[in-house]
Design a protein around this ligand. Sequence first.
Ligand code: SAM
Length: 251
Amino acid sequence: MTATPAWPPQSAPRLHVETQLGEGIAVPVDGNPAHYLISVMRVKPDDIVLLFDGRSGEWAARARDIRKRDLVLECVAQTKPPEQVPDFWLCCAPIRKGRIDLIAEKACELGVAKLQPVLTRRAVVDKLNLDRLHAHLVEAAEQCGRTALPDLGGMMKLDALLKDWPAGRHLFFADESGGAALDSTLRAHPGPAAFLVGPEGGFDPQERDAIRATPGAVPVSLGPRILRGETAAIAGMAVWMAEAGDWLDAD
Ligand code: SAM
């Protein structure tokens, strides 16, 4: 007996688009995404490409009108409903290019709802290329099967972030000077949350006091060693997802 081929095909390329998707919607594609589909993935007429727009779930679309530099993808069926990620933000100080890109990629893969860059006094980097970070989020979402990108906040000073901290959202603060063990603390503080990680130089004492004084703040330790910012961010996101996020059983 021959096996029925999977539909949509598992090898179908995935692409984030801005056009709102729906039954019969034709999405014109040009530029780099078209180059990727036509020249790299060798998409042929009637081949399936998976699309997501951040609002409408994931759609299987059929390729047509393939030319040298553009093509049209016509939505034929919804393959995933819009995704609900856990209400968890990553607030992190900007760190060097490459390392902050890695944080963006991992935040998207691990299912954070929002990535909020936070400027602190000891930050070595004080500017961020948000377009480049957005491109990393798109690429990670295309690869990992997310149907919506994390929100990407503009750079915010730490005091502004703390001043307007939303009531009811826990602020788990990665404090290299010590705090509660992360896993048991997370279980004791269910609900909307954020994880705050400092820059290469750490938080200064005044910042640490201000964070601790913010309603909802919970200082947490990530163990006895000093981790790089990106290691701390990735470890914190993974532990939160395992203890309080969508790594848990559905029941
Ligand atoms: N310059 C700081 C020092 O020597 O103490 C180290 C800063 S560390 C490279 C960057 C950030 O990662 C810290 O601000 C903190 O948020 C987080 N971090 C690193 N290790 C940690 C730990 N063991 N526990 C909690 N947070 C940690």
